[in-house]
Unconditional design. Structure first.
Lengths: 958, 145
């Protein structure tokens, strides 16, 4: 065992390792953090060695999962140290500990640049690596030319050049303008002549990114790429160290073939011919070997070749050869190859004319559906789903149903949904469809959403022949032990409507049907009870001869439920009671439901919508979509609150980035009222609030697509730095018709300067346009800019206003002060002249101290715990950025006896800032009357939203 | 691209965690935990790929290899070849082996700084930078001279 070479570090690591439990570990880590903090504070005496040691310790602690919120400056400053060893640590630790938005990074841009253009190769490498890992926009602007020079230089060693290539890739990702298309196409082409494999691999990665963004510009690289492939597959001039288990750099082979998949089509017959020769050679050399690593490498190349062949739309023979190979792969025992075989076969489905030959492997694919490994089961499920059509639907769906009973929880939902979609899409006859869905409910009721059973009801209602069959089936299912509630709903509904068609069959007299349904009544939820009550009255009034015993029983049930807790059940019970006492004259009122108008299935529509989106995109995106397209319906696990998943990024938890989206209802109404369903709700009653509509947490999130009201979707992404901000508005047309005369005007408040770019007059169907806005904050104010948006949706002009989340806290940044400094500044503000604004605020939302402190933190005020001797007080500091940055001190004094009042003090050298900030904080602390949605508060999104992101920042419609 | 590289032991203790996308520390820890939960339940003969849509976003996968007490995990998006990454893990481990002579978990624990550097020589900004083990060892030695 080698030690780290630093005794203190090794000791610390062993201490942590020896901790018996998590608490002891935390205690040890906290002790160390405290130690480092003190050491850094009085840093005069620290030797470079010590600094290095502490910074390494910090990184170790960070890796263990503890928050290290100090010492960043020390890490960064090591980069500028003259000594090699310190610089090295500085670079490595900085790139792990800090992220690209960290302000300290700006301080070292110059040093980094000097290292990059300097003559010390090791420094060059360290600097390039750091920038390649965490370089942000500013690095892009200042370093790109130097990095480019290194990449194309003849005098640099490969070691430096390959890093320069990847560093440039990072800078390009941060700012595409740094690589000008004109000059670089030729340079890239020259770089592809490189002999050194390491440099070539890095260049190829760079090329992938460039081509992905602009394939047309890099056509001249195609022939060079083919030549690289020829060289590799023929093993010409490949040094021994660059072969991996005898295969010439599999990574470079894969990357090169990947680049070629980004070019739309390769038409040049010569290039095409040489490329196919190469691919043919790869496809032939596939013999499995014993060495697992060698086997992996061969197959890595092979699978990429298959993907390229598919992309190139090769000759029939070659496609057949590929399907043959994939057939072989999905039958092998080696799980990795089988997994990838299944995945690639699913992609293969996109190629025309091969479906039939894929179908031949159905039995083999179904075997994988029972594999113990869930990764493989998923692939198999996706493939079966993709290859299903009218000819094999029965087999496949029945196979899925059978598997459903044994499937583990993780895959059931997906399985149930896919079975339902396939059954509907490819049902050879409707009775089979009814069978499938009822079985589905029986086996996985929890995963069968209401849409699925509504759809069954719709089919049965519209097909007279089906009614007796469905009713009889429903009755049979109710006989089974442990019936799922969804089954009770659908069976109750069907029997209510159609059980009279069965009355001659044994066991199906109205009385028997009633009693079998009513057995479940006690245990079902309120919405289901409502459905059952409707069923009862229908059973009663549909029966040809009135059975007094049944009538008494049903009336008793209605009677009893007239006082039921839920208003809907109560109402139904009392109305039905009154109706049924009027006797047979009421039969017409309780007639069978009329036929539904033909509608598209919600499930299928959803499935189709995602397929449309697959249309021509770059290769990776296409691959990604091909992979997810079949899984899409469950992937959408967002609650149906209208947040479009595609636009919503995971909140990254840092201060400066957010990307929320809100749906905008057509005509500016509130986005809530939504026709969730493609068919009517089942019960006879129009009582939407309590009939069993899809709940907001429904995993299908169908509202997203089916909600006809949401034509427009507006998303927003913002970055903030100092008093500047950059907002990008995403204006999306979700409609199938273009939006005309689009206007988006932002009315800036007086204290802000806004630079808006022009919005196109028309947004094409299903397209999205971006509209960047530059914001500069000039003076303190709580006013919020308003977006005035209008368009013509081909029938009428629609306009509405949206408040943009350019709120005060966007220009605040937490400031950390030493206790002595804090107190000194506080005293200075006390004056004279007194610059502390103080107010006793009453009617404050009673929050625990911690939550109040979190709330303040969410406004970007850095809390300084322990600075105020009174534990009931919270103090903090922040810098407010307008034309000049101003330091603001904040103090909240709470009264433990009365949590609804506080004393709020805000102090800044500039009282206008203090005034606005005080009001701003106050607004957030004051109790919000229950019932009022946070978004309806005038002019401000709730502070909690400010923290979380998505749901929030575009605060409500006006 | 490679979104993250994680090394953790079979008890879930992180031994190396490198993220190529900027994520908050909290999120990073959450990912480490989720990855561990995802992997620890997998049998030895299962395939080396796990779909990670719920951990790292749509289209991402974990490609992992289990060596003695350690998991080596690469989180990748659809732009990478799964088997290629498996080969890369092999290169990573072989390189560590030649640096530490029969590498074991303790070497990695006590030399996490060196291990970090080795990784930096193999992966940079989420892209493969070098696959030649000899070359990697050489540059690491140069850095720690």
């Amino acid at each position: 065992m080698a030690l780290s070479g630093m005794r203190g570090l090794s000791v610390f690591i062993s201490d942590v390792r020896n901790c018996q439990n998590k608490e002891l570990e935390r205690a040890r880590v906290d002790k160390e953090l405290a130690n480092i903090r003190t050491k850094f504070k009085n840093d005069k005496g620290l030797t470079p060695y010590e600094k290095k040691k502490y910074v390494w310790k910090m990184l170790y602690i960070f890796m263990l999962g503890y928050d290290v919120d100090f010492g960043h400056m020390e890490a960064v400053s090591l980069i500028s140290a003259p000594k090699y060893a310190e610089k090295q640590v500085g670079y490595i630790v900085t790139s792990s500990l800090l992220n690209e938005n960290h302000d300290f990074l700006r301080l070292v841009i110059n040093t980094v640049r000097n290292d990059i253009i300097g003559r010390n190769e090791t420094f060059q490498c360290l600097a390039l690596t750091m920038v390649g890992n965490i370089g942000g926009k500013e690095f892009s602007e200042s370093l790109a030319p130097d990095v480019q020079k290194l990449l194309i230089s003849n005098s640099c060693r490969p070691l430096v050049r390959k890093k320069a290539a990847l560093c440039l890739l990072r800078l390009y990702r941060k700012n595409p303008d740094v690589v000008s298309v004109d000059g670089w196409a030729d340079r890239m082409s020259q770089l592809l002549d490189e002999r050194e494999i390491g440099v070539l691999t890095a260049v190829m990665s760079l090329l992938v990114a460039l081509v992905a963004n602009n394939p047309d510009a890099y056509w001249n690289c195609v022939s060079k790429c083919v030549r690289v492939l020829e060289r590799l597959t023929r093993s010409q001039d490949i040094p021994q160290e660059y072969t991996y288990y005898g295969i010439p750099s599999p990574w470079l082979q894969v990357k090169t073939m990947r680049v070629l998949q980004y070019f739309p089509a390769i038409d040049d017959p010569n290039i095409r011919r040489s490329l196919f020769e190469v691919l043919q050679r790869v496809l032939m050399g596939t013999d499995a070997v014993k060495n697992i690593n060698k086997n992996n490498a061969t197959h890595a190349v092979l699978f990429e070749a298959l993907a390229l062949v598919m992309h190139l739309d090769a000759e029939k023979d070659m496609m057949a050869q590929c399907v043959g190979l994939l057939g072989k792969f999905i039958a092998v025992r080696e799980p990795n190859i089988r997994y990838l075989g299944l995945e690639n076969m699913t992609r293969m489905l996109m190629v025309s004319d091969v479906q039939e030959s894929i179908k031949r492997h159905q039995v083999q694919i179904i075997t994988s559906l029972r594999d113990p490994d869930i990764s493989i089961r998923r692939r198999s499920l996706d493939l079966l789903y993709g290859m299903c059509d009218v000819t094999n639907a029965k087999d496949i769906v029945e196979e899925l149903l059978q598997y459903l009973t044994t499937a583990d929880f993780a895959i059931r939902e997906e399985l149930a949904l896919k079975a339902a979609i396939l059954a509907e899409k490819f049902a050879p006859d409707l009775s089979w469809y009814v069978d499938v869905i009822l079985q589905l409910i029986e086996k996985a009721g929890d995963f069968v959403s209401d849409d699925i059973w509504y759809r069954v009801v719709q089919f049965v209602t519209n097909n007279d022949d089906l009614q007796p069959y469905a009713a009889a089936k429903a009755r049979d299912f109710l006989d089974k032990p442990a019936v799922h509630e969804t089954m009770v709903k659908v069976a109750g509904y069907l029997l209510g409507e159609y059980s009279h068609l069965l009355s001659r069959r044994p066991g199906c007299s109205p009385k028997e049907v009633f009693s079998i349904i009513h057995d479940k009544f006690a245990t079902v939820s309120t919405p289901t009870k409502a459905i059952l009550l409707s069923a009862y009255i229908k059973i009663l009034l549909h029966s040809q001869t009135v059975d007094p015993e049944l009538q008494n029983h049903v009336l008793a049930v209605f009677r009893k439920n007239e006082t039921y807790l839920d208003a809907e059940v109560q109402q139904r019970a009392s109305e039905y009671y009154a109706l049924s006492r009027k006797g047979p004259s009421m039969v017409d009122v309780m007639a069978e439901m009329p036929k539904f108008p033909e509608r598209q299935s919600a499930l299928l529509k959803k499935a189709e919508d995602t397929e449309v989106d697959v249309a021509d995109t770059s290769a990776t995106k296409l691959r990604l979509m091909q992979l997810t397209s079949t899984a899409v319906v469950v992937a959408d696990q967002k609650p149906a609150n209208g947040v479009h998943p595609a636009l919503t990024r995971v909140p990254s938890g840092q201060r400066n980035i957010e990307a929320p989206t809100v749906p905008v209802a057509n005509g500016g109404q509130s986005p809530a009222p939504v026709d969730f369903l493609a068919i009517e709700a089942a019960p006879t009653h129009s009582a939407p609030e309590s009939s069993p509509l899809v709940g907001p947490g429904d995993s299908l999130a169908l509202a997203l697509m089916d909600n006809q009201a949401s034509t427009v979707q507006i998303g927003l992404k913002a970055e903030w730095r100092g008093n500047q901000g950059r907002i990008v508005l995403f204006l999306g047309n979700k409609h199938t018709a273009p939006l005309l005369s689009v206007k988006a005007v932002i009315l800036p408040p007086r204290h802000m300067q806004l630079l808006t770019s022009n919005v196109p007059d028309t947004i094409p169907p299903r397209a999205q346009v971006q509209c960047p806005v530059e914001v500069t904050n000039l003076s303190p104010s709580r006013e919020i800019p308003v977006l005035d948006f209008c368009y013509n949706n081909s029938s009428a002009m629609v306009s509405f206003k949206l408040r943009l989340p350019v709120i005060m806290s966007k220009f605040l940044q937490g400031a950390t002060l030493a206790p002595a400094d804090y107190i000194a500044r506080w005293k200075a503000l006390m004056g004279p002249p007194n610059k502390l604004l103080q107010e006793v605020v009453r009617g404050v939302k009673p929050l625990p101290l911690q939550e109040m402190s979190d709330l303040l933190g969410s406004l970007h005020v850095a809390i300084a715990p322990g600075y105020d001797p009174n534990v009931n007080n919270i103090v903090g500091a922040a810098t407010y950025f307008s034309e000049n940055p101003t330091l603001c001190l904040v103090r909240i004094e709470t009264d433990p006896a009365d949590r609804t009042q506080i004393r709020l003090t805000v102090g800044t050298p500039d009282t206008s800032v203090a005034l606005e900030l005080k009001e701003y904080i106050k607004e957030r602390l004051v109790d919000i009357p229950s019932g009022a949605a946070p978004t309806s508060l005038p002019g401000m999104p709730s502070p909690a939203d400010d923290l979380v992101g998505p749901a929030a920042s575009l605060a409500g419609l006006i | 691209m490679i979104d993250a590289v994680l090394v953790m032991n079979t008890q879930g203790k992180p031994r190396l965690a490198k993220f190529y996308k900027s994520l908050s520390p909290v999120k990073q820890q959450e990912i480490v935990r989720k990855v561990y939960t995802g992997l620890s339940s997998r049998a030895e003969h299962f395939c080396n790929f796990v779909e990670a849509d719920e951990i790292f976003g749509a289209g991402t996968k974990l490609v992992y290899k289990h060596f003695a007490t350690l998991y080596f995990v690469f989180v990748i998006d659809s732009g990478e070849s799964e088997l290629g990454i498996l080969d890369l893990i092999q290169v990573f481990v072989e390189t560590l082996d030649s640096i530490f002579k029969n590498v074991c978990e303790l070497d990695i624990v006590f030399n996490f700084n060196k291990v970090n550097t080795v990784l930096d020589e193999i992966v940079m900004g989420g892209q493969v930078v070098e696959t030649n083990s000899t070359e990697i060892v050489k540059s690491v030695q140069e850095i720690f001279k």
